[in-house]
Design a protein around this ligand. Structure first.
Ligand code: SAM
Length: 285
């Protein structure tokens, strides 16, 4: 991908998915595997983002986070962050994030929003899902064009149905709070985490790298080295979230990173009762 281009290429995206199957939709992401520029997105997160984003509540307003299902920036909004930039290797993550943000901002009732996510997950033509004709004209133009252009491709079909994540997803009360707090769309940087630093010109209070390194332990140390000057002294990088298993399999790489960066940052692990563990790094100088 050309670093300067933030515009998806429909031809390349359709070719990546193969021939459309209008009844069942297409899938192309090998799992486990490294996500690609048009990997189909999740519609909700499987993570306990209430906990993870709450770890840095009131420790800073300026956040850079993975877009994922869009739930990361939404939960950071609930935790009082006010300047939120997002990044993702997949353009589909940007599209679902924009759609969800707009649905909430537009005052869609909560039950309709829950149904919208379910439909977006299952139906092969996202732009034809009920409610989308009002949403698409008012989301960022490239995102809307991408969703329309990918009719017949199941671009939001990753993971399990949203019904599996009732506890993790935004609740009715959180939804009402978001309707008051959301002002615009989140900035989006379309980038592999390995190149993310080349797009950045500022320092953040918090950088959240979420569930990215499970399958790419080789990226842990170089990415942290590249991003170190983009978090303020006293700020945090949430290096990895996930269950102990996904963190444990890369423990060697985390120990190496912690030793290499020890003059610059403290690295620790936050554990809670459920499966969620967070490797967190605090910049000390
Ligand atoms: C495993 S998902 C889960 C995110 C989270 N559970 C959620 O839905 O909010 C992580 C996200 O990271 C993105 N991602 C994975 N590897 C990446 C990489 N090397 N660079 C940038 N983004 C990446 C994926 O495209 C996906 O949207």
């Amino acid at each position: 991908m050309n670093k300067k281009s933030n515009v998806p290429n429909l031809e390349a995206a359709r070719a990546a998915y193969g021939n459309p199957n209008y009844e069942r939709g297409t899938m192309y992401l090998p799992w486990p595997g490294h996500p690609l520029h048009y990997s189909h997105a999740y519609v909700v997160s499987n993570e306990d983002l209430r906990h993870t984003t709450g770890l840095t509540r009131d420790m800073g307003r300026k956040v850079l986070t993975v877009a994922g299902s869009g739930e990361q920036p939404l939960f950071y909004t609930l935790n009082n962050a006010t300047q939120i930039d997002t990044f993702d290797i997949s353009y589909c993550a940007r599209a679902i994030m924009d759609i969800k943000t707009q649905a909430i901002k537009s005052g869609m009732p909560y039950e309709e929003y829950v149904q919208l996510l379910k439909d977006l997950h299952f139906k092969p033509s996202a732009s034809q899902v009920s409610g989308m004709s009002e949403i698409l004209p008012i989301i960022p133009a490239h995102s809307a064009k991408f969703v329309r252009g990918m009719d017949g491709y199941r671009i939001f079909g990753n993971g399990l149905s949203p019904e599996h994540y009732k506890k993790e997803m935004i609740s009715g009360d959180e939804y009402s709070a978001l309707q008051k707090k959301l002002t615009g769309h989140f900035n989006f940087i379309w980038s592999d985490v390995a190149d993310l630093h080349t797009h950045l010109t500022t320092e953040y209070d918090v950088i959240n790298l979420s569930n990215i390194f499970e399958w790419t332990p080789g990226l842990i140390l170089p990415t942290l080295q590249n991003l170190r000057n983009h978090v303020r002294p006293g700020g945090y990088i949430l290096v990895q979230t996930g269950c102990g298993l996904s963190i444990g399999r890369n423990m060697e790489a985390y120990v190496k990173a912690s030793k290499t960066l020890k003059e610059w940052a403290k690295m620790g692990i936050n554990k809670q009762e459920r499966d969620t563990q967070v490797i967190i790094l605090e910049r000390v100088r």
